[in-house]
Design a protein around this ligand. Sequence first.
Ligand code: 13P
Length: 341
Amino acid sequence: MNLDELNAIAKKMVAPGKGILAADESTGTIQKRFDKIGVENSEDNRRDYRELLFRTDTAMKQHIGGVILFDETIRQKAKDGTPLVKLITDAGSTPGIKVDKGAVPLAGAPNETITEGLDGLRGRFVEYHKLGARFAKWRGVYEIAEGNPSHDAIHANAHALARYAALAQENGIVPIVEPELLMDGDHTIARCEGVTEWILKEVFQELYYADVKLEGIILKPNMVVPGKKCPKQNSVEEVAERTIKVLKRCVPGAVPGIAFLSGGQSDEDATAHLSAMNALPSLPWALTFSYGRALQAAPQAAWSGKAENVAKAQAVFAHRALMNSLAATGKWTKDAEKKVA
Ligand code: 13P
C-alpha cells in the first residue's frame, strides 16, 4: 500500500467544488428508479442512461470528482464501443466501484441488517483495479426503532466496514466508508444525533483496530436530520450545526474528505444543508456530496427513456451538479437554484 497515492486519489475526488456521483444502483435498485419514469430495466437502457450522465461534459469535468459504479457498469461499453470507464477518466474524474453485496438480516438482531461481501473480496479488488477502479464503496445500514439500533448491529457493521477498508487499501483502492443511519421513522433530530455519534465512534474504533490509514479513506455519512415522519422538521441551520458538531467529535482531521449521502432528502434540502455546513468556520476536512438520488432524480425524470430528451436531461444533471458544487464551497443560494438549467 502506498499511502501517499491513496491520499492523492482521495484529495482529487473531493477537490474544491467537486463531489461524487453515486451511480452504483444495483439492478434491483435501478428497477425502482426506472419504474418511476416508466422505463424498462434492460441492460441497454441502463447503459444509455449512464452514458448520458457520463457524457455531460461540464458536470463531469468541473463538478464530479468521482463516480461510483455497479459491477455491470464498470464492464460496460458506450453505444460507440468506448468503455464507460474511459468516458469518466477522459473527463478527468475517477471511477469507483460498489463492492458490498447488500444488507441481509443480522442473526439474533430483529429488524437489523449486516452488509455482506467480504468473502473473496481481495480477489475482486485485484480485478476491479485492473478494470480502472481507484476507489470503492461499502454501505452499512442502520435504522432507528424501538430498542434499535442495537450494539450488536452497530459493532458488526463497523467491523465489516473496517475489514473492507483494510482490504481496499491493501490493493491501492481508496475505501469510501459508508455507515448510513436511515431517515425512516418519526424520531427527533436529537435521537439521530445521538445514534449517529455512537455509530461513528464505533466505526473509527474498528478502523483503528484494522490498521486502516485515515489519510486514505473518504467517509460517507448521513447528515443529522429528524426522521421523515417526525412532526418537527428542523431548520437548515440546525441540521448543519448538529451534523458538524457530531462530525467534529468523531472524525479525526486526518480524514481528507467527508462526502454525504442524500438518503431520501429532497434535491434542494440536500444542497442547502451541504452549503450551510460549508459556510461554518474551521472545518478540518473537505465536506462535499456523494449523492445518488439528489443528483439523479431530476435528470431521470427529464430523460424518461427517450432519446430526444437526452440533451434536456444532461442540462438538468449539469444544473444539479453545479448547485451541489456551489454547496461544496458554501456558496449556494436559492437564487442560483431558480436559474433554469
Ligand atoms: P443517496 O444519495 O440516494 O442516498 O445514495 C447514495 C448512496 O450511494 C447510497 O449508498
